[in-house]
Design a protein around this ligand. Sequence first.
Ligand SMILES: C[S@@+](CC[C@H](N)C(=O)[O-])C[C@H]1O[C@@H](n2cnc3c(N)ncnc32)[C@H](O)[C@@H]1O
Length: 208
Amino acid sequence: MSHTQQDYFSQACENNKAPILEQLLPIFANSRNVLEIGSGTGQHAVYFAKHFPHLSWQTSDRPVYHRGIHHWLTAQPSNNLRSPLLLDVTEPWPLTQKVDAIFTANTLHIMSKAMVEAFFHGVGQHLTIQGNLCIYGPFNQQGHYSSDSNRQFDVHLKNNNPSSGIKALEWIERLANQQGLKLKIKENMPANNLFLHFKKENESFKNQ
Ligand SMILES: C[S@@+](CC[C@H](N)C(=O)[O-])C[C@H]1O[C@@H](n2cnc3c(N)ncnc32)[C@H](O)[C@@H]1O
C-alpha cells in the first residue's frame, strides 16, 4: 500500500495545536522527558518539540502509525524529538526509565474501556512523583454530552467500533485518583474538547 502526504495529515491537529500549546507551556516548563501516547500523524510532536527545546519529546504509537510519524520527524527534525516507540497501552510499556510528563490527545475516545484502564495503569507505573499528565479530547460530564456534535461523533465512533466512544470525565478522574494522580486543571477548549492536567502526588499502593 502506498501512502501520500495526505494520509499523514490531520486538520484537527493543525487546528488544536496552538490552543493546546498555550496550556502546556506553563506545565511543561520544568519537565525533562515527555512521553506522548498515540502520536498519530506526528504533527503534534514536531510542533511541540520546537516549543520545548529544553525537554526530550518521545513519540509512540501502534505500528500502523509509525511510517507517518517518521515522515513528519524527517520533514521537520528537532534534536529533542525521539523516534516512535512501539507502544500499545495494553502491552508492557517499552520504557527503560520513568518519565516526568505524559501527553496524549484524542486517544481515550478511540480506546475501549479496558484500554483506558490499561492507559492509567501504565501512567501510574511510569510517571515520576510530581510528574504531569496532560490529556486533550472530548469527555462527557454529569452524564451529558458537551454538544450535539459530540453526541453525533459518539454514534459515529460506536458504529465503527462498538467498544470505543466518548468517556465520562468522572470515570477518568477516578482511574487517575487510583494511580495517585489529582486533577489540577480542567479547561474548556475549542471544538467542545477539554484539556485536563493531572499531577501525580503519590504512588498507588497497587504499583508498590
Ligand atoms: C484519533 S487518533 C489521535 C492521534 C493524535 N494524537 C492526534 O491528536 O491527532 C487516535 C490515536 O489513538 C491511538 N490508540 C488507540 N488505541 C491505542 C492503544 N491501545 N495503545 C496506544 N495507542 C492507541 C491510535 O493508534 C491513534 O494514534
